[in-house]
Ligand binder design. Structure first.
Ligand code: FAD
Length: 463
């Protein structure tokens, strides 16, 4: 019997439980060509599912292109479909006469609702539907505080996770047959593969993606070589390097983890095999932050748009429309604060911003400019190649003070102090803002001291 593997944020062939189970099933039933078919559905239709931003669309195009080749080498065709998965997936199951459909679990509220509905449709139509783990180290419902309920503080959450064992990652499955025969088989059935070019994921009129092309190679293979280089050369120095945006001190794996081109279990395993030490522990704890954000999203599905601490609902943040000049200056890197401007320009050019700079930039927007964190989150959603439904809002809420485990409100980042401390010699700042320090560079658009006092007063009024 044939298995349909519905791919989402799991665009890899190694350590893929849903795919491996499909190949195992095919091997057992003795069929080869067409016994496993994969499909990716670009879903701009389902209720509550947020359409991808520009940078993630660019990434997705290249990730799917690479994945189609990798799957082809295993004898597995990748079908590309645009539309509503609740229509497309059951229809394909029917046409392909599959006996089962597999997928890797998702953890956002709307995504879980879609998956539950499709599972029900498939089951009642006589197909088996199986979901598998893979996006996280541990399923969120298995990680609870001693008194029950989710962790809202990172340190005890991480202590619990760090003490748990991890199964080794799965290898790439054995090839089933050649792609040539799989293509012929699909053609016989009259099933089109689908054409990525028609989805319009790449820039059209204005080519804004040059910097992204220079900065990234969005393939599964590239993810593993980035990880290997990081573990060989930089992990020991990570506790220092992770704070210095001028240096290449971090792993740059976030977009690959975002699209599942590498799994957190593969990262965990590689770190344990090669590099355990203080730097590696710090690095693993950052993978822990990713996990923490996803567990928060599972338990608090409104996190992408609602304050985790409802007392902040009364905070007088402005919308971007209420502060158009300031918001535009922030997005374009013209605030007059060097580190923030460098970060915003790096983001626009490459789809990435260093974590230290993300914190300083977010803090300036939310605390000094008094603009709602949701506005900044939406900008990042559109421009980051690693933008996701968990880490992005969780980190924005953390900076804004309304999130889980947020820093005390009075600890407001000073972007000038941050620049002096973490970008000594302004190396990173000048890389992205060449006019920094000249007459062409704008004066600060906000008085740090006065705006800080305003923010503290607004916070005090909440209590
Ligand atoms: P490394 O330092 O090499 O860390 C390794 C991995 O750990 C990362 O790839 C990432 O998966 C994870 N990680 C590290 N820090 C965090 C963190 N604070 N929260 C969650 N996971 C973390 N990260 C995203 O993946 N997607 C987002 O949309 C996102 N939005 C952010 C918004 C704001 C306002 C801030 C302050 C941070 C945001 N981050 C987000 C977290 C962090 O900035 C990036 O994960 C990191 O910069 C990615 O670079 P790296 O892969 O080189 O990280």
């Amino acid at each position: 019997g044939t298995t349909l593997v519905w791919l989402r944020d799991d665009l890899r062939i190694a350590d893929h439980a849903a795919l491996t189970a499909a190949v195992d099933h095919a091997a057992r039933s003795g069929t080869a060509v067409g016994s496993v078919v994969a499909v990716y559905v670009l879903d701009d239709a389902s209720e509550g599912i947020r359409p991808l931003g520009g940078a993630t669309r660019w990434w997705l195009h290249h990730a799917l292109t690479a994945l189609a080749d990798d799957l082809a080498a295993l004898g597995i065709p990748l079908l590309l479909r645009l539309g509503d998965p609740a229509v497309i997936v059951p229809e394909l199951a029917e046409v392909l006469e599959v006996d089962r459909v597999h997928w890797t679990r998702r953890y956002g509220g709307p995504e879980r609702a879609v998956d539950a509905r499709i599972k029900e449709m498939l089951t009642s139509a006589g197909f088996a539907a199986h979901s598998y783990p893979g996006h996280l180290l541990h399923e969120p419902w298995t990680v609870q505080t001693r008194s029950g309920g989710p962790y809202k503080v990172f340190t005890p959450f991480w202590r619990e996770l760090r003490s748990r064992d991890q199964d080794p990652p799965l290898p790439v499955p054995e090839p089933l047959s050649s792609i040539r025969s799989a293509r012929a088989w699909l053609a016989d059935l009259g099933i089109a593969t689908g054409d990525l070019a028609e989805w319009g994921l790449l820039p059209t009129a204005l080519d804004w993606a040059g910097g992204l092309r220079d900065a990234w190679n969005p393939t599964e293979t590239a993810a593993h070589s980035l990880l290997a280089d990081f573990l060989a050369d930089r992990v020991d120095d990570y506790p220092r390097g992770q704070d210095l945006p001028a240096e290449n001190g971090t792993s740059r794996l976030s977009p690959y983890l975002r699209f599942g081109q590498i799994s957190p279990r593969q990262v965990w395993d590689a770190v344990h095999r090669t590099a355990l030490g203080e730097g590696a522990e710090t690095y693993l704890s950052e993978i822990g932050w990713r996990e923490f954000c996803w567990h928060l999203l599972f338990h608090f599905p409104d996190m992408p748009h609602s304050n985790l601490r409802p007392q902040f609902d009364a905070y007088p943040w402005r919308t971007a429309a209420e502060a158009p000049e300031e918001f535009r200056a922030w997005t374009q890197g013209r605030t007059g604060f060097g580190l923030v401007d460098a970060g915003q320009r790096e983001l626009w050019a490459t789809g990435h911003m260093h974590n230290r700079v993300r914190m300083a930039s977010a803090s300036l927007l939310v605390k000094n400019l008094g603009i709602h964190w949701r506005e900044g989150e939406a900008w990042f959603w559109d421009t980051l190649v690693d933008a996701d439904a968990a880490s992005n809002p969780a980190n924005w809420q953390w900076v804004a003070g309304c999130g889980a485990d947020a820093a005390p409100y009075f600890r407001i980042f000073n972007p000038e102090r941050q620049r002096e401390r973490f970008d000594p010699g302004d190396v990173y700042t000048r890389r992205w803002v060449p006019e920094y320090g000249t007459d062409d560079y704008p004066a600060p658009i906000v008085d740090l001291k006065a705006s800080r006092a305003d923010a503290l007063a607004a916070y005090a009024a909440l209590k």
